[in-house]
Design a protein around this ligand. Structure first.
Ligand code: FAD
Length: 511
């Protein structure tokens, strides 16, 4: 039986009800849980857990009540669950309370102007897709910094960073928020910003859910573009690819593209990783004859986008695009372009989701790996990893594109390599489950081998969406920021109630 606690009434799996003031500890005996409840699994599909209860909070006050109840119950932990798109059980709570933050999605949605700048207050449990659609339809305004896929919650990505092709310009999503409402590990609900409860504000951004549950975020907006010129160009040489990508991300706003990403393509007709993945429309085809015979086992695709208004003259858009592309070294003639609505561009991965669901690989295990590698080590990474270990692909996109260190705020909890430019690498495996696909353990082992190689070679790198099983490894991950992280935990969640699925701290006994 699955038990959902709603704050109006506690609904038992057998449909009997109890009073909302029941002591949480009594739930242990009253509730039984089905193994297939949403909170027992995540997108990674490799971990499972059995929570004590899944709670649907409808307000910040509900969230605070749940955390307070856990604080007064020995050993009880609380995991906020966004949309459960973690890979390694980060939003799970074994024998703890899981708060289904999606239930709070409607609590906040308000436009405001501060000194002439537009902002929107949204709920921590809102999906970015919902934020996009509501902001465009109601205000013709949009957030500036996105993730590639928008079926993620505001609180979930702000607890990590939130990275996409706009990050080079505006920083990660965490750098585009000016105020949060957070329920800390003592069950206190606090508004925080750079000037108010600032330590909690900085701690929560990229804080892996360790310091508080984000119930509201204030996000900077900009005018919504109408259209996007979406472009892909192909490189046979990694050096040309990185030089061009780094040049593009350092151009001042207004002079360059509005979106810069890149990915690795296997040099064959593999439908998941090969050149069929390059064209954006069914009317486009990739003709490999233009690829020089000197090319290695993989190719590189630079993906670019330029925003424009419906009222812009198409000749102006063409001129700007031609000027920018004219400075690039991609393989001559291997260029794909499309003009799409801005909203459709941002929702492009939703089509991948629909396709993967139809093929039964959306719900299969996803042994993904995400990392940041400094510019100084990226050529070696290409030589050792892309060209050798991954030269047959990963069964899905392999992302690689540069980000600027200056756009990341050191006061936030997330850690990135100390390097002016570093690359995000993402191995987004979409593999049919065994026996059709390879064993998941083998792919996890390949990820671990890549991480180990980075350590052995002394690369300057950090895992993104990190996952470690020992505190020693977490200590190494945070490096000189570890003491600050521990101090923040002590200040804001002294009993270590929150986000136990990250496996950084153990729940302290009541003192
Ligand atoms: P969950 O997985 O539910 O939670 C993640 C962590 O945050 C957990 O520890 C949880 O306890 C905590 N948490 C959740 N909500 C809150 C809250 N309100 N307050 C405090 N803590 C909270 N990431 C990128 O940066 N860029 C991308 O382009 C990108 N694309 C992705 C595409 C797909 C298909 C998938 C599956 C993931 C992608 N991600 C991307 C990764 C994604 O940002 C993280 O996995 C994120 O944690 C998922 O968000 P979620 O809302 O599902 O959070």
């Amino acid at each position: 039986m699955i038990a959902y606690l709603e704050f109006e009434h506690f609904v038992h799996g057998n449909d009997t009800e109890s009073s909302p003031n029941d002591d949480v500890s009594s739930l242990q005996t009253s509730f039984h849980f089905a193994p297939n409840s949403i909170a027992t699994k995540d997108f990674g599909g490799m971990k499972s857990s059995n929570p004590l209860a899944v709670i649907r909070p409808y307000s910040t006050a509900d969230v605070a009540r749940a955390v307070k109840a856990a604080a007064t119950t020995a050993n009880l932990t609380v995991a906020a669950r966004g949309n459960g798109h973690s890979i390694n059980g980060q939003a799970m709570a074994e024998k703890g309370l899981v708060l289904d933050m999606r239930a709070t999605a409607e609590e906040h949605f308000q436009l405001l102007y501060l000194e002439g700048v537009p902002y929107v207050d949204v709920s921590g449990g809102a999906l970015w897709e919902e934020v996009l659609k509501r902001c465009v339809s109601q205000f013709q305004l949009v957030p500036r910094s996105w993730t590639d896929y928008l079926g993620l919650t505001v609180g979930g990505t702000l607890s990590n960073a939130g990275v996409s092709g706009q990050t080079f310009r505006y920083g990660p999503q965490t750098a585009n928020v000016t105020e949060l409402e957070v329920v800390n590990g003592k069950g206190e609900s606090l508004v925080c910003s750079e000037n108010q409860n600032s330590e909690l504000f900085f701690a929560s951004l990229g804080g892996l859910g360790q310091f508080g549950i984000i119930t509201r975020a204030r996000i900077i907006l900009q005018q919504a573009p109408d259209m996007v010129r979406w472009i892909r160009v192909i490189y046979s040489e990694f050096e040309d690819f990185t030089k061009d990508a780094e040049w593009l991300v350092t151009l001042p706003e207004g002079d360059g593209f509005d979106y810069v990403e890149g990915f690795v393509v296997v040099k064959n007709d593999d439908p998941c990783n090969g050149w069929p993945t390059i064209p954006m429309g069914s009317n486009q085809t990739f003709n490999p004859v233009r690829i020089p015979s000197s090319a290695g086992p993989v190719l590189y695709c630079l993906e670019l986008a330029l925003h424009y208004r419906k009222t812009s003259r198409s000749s102006d858009v063409d001129t700007k695009v031609d000027r920018l592309l004219g400075g690039l070294r991609f393989v001559e003639g291997v260029k794909f372009e499309d003009d799409v609505k801005y909203v459709d561009f941002l929702l492009r991965v939703k089509r991948v989701e629909e396709d993967a669901k139809a093929k039964g690989i959306w719900d299969a295990p996803h042994p993904w790996l995400n990392m940041f590698v400094s510019k100084s080590d990226i050529a070696d990474f290409d030589r050792e990893v892309f060209k050798k270990i991954l030269n047959s692909g990963v069964g899905g996109p392999i992302l690689v594109y540069p980000l600027l260190r200056s756009k990341w705020d050191d006061r936030h909890s997330v850690v990135v390599p100390d390097s002016n430019i570093f690359y995000i690498i993402a191995l987004l495996r979409f593999i049919p489950p065994p026996p059709k696909g390879p064993p998941t353990d083998k792919l996890v082992a390949q990820n671990n081998a890549i991480i180990q190689l980075c350590y052995n070679k002394g690369f300057n790198f950090k895992l993104y969406l990190p996952h470690y099983l020992t505190q020693e490894n977490w200590k190494r991950h945070f490096g000189d920021k570890w003491n600050r992280f521990v101090q923040r935990k002590h200040n804001f969640d002294p009993l270590a109630i929150l986000a136990p699925g990250q496996k950084i701290f153990s729940r302290n006994q009541l003192q």
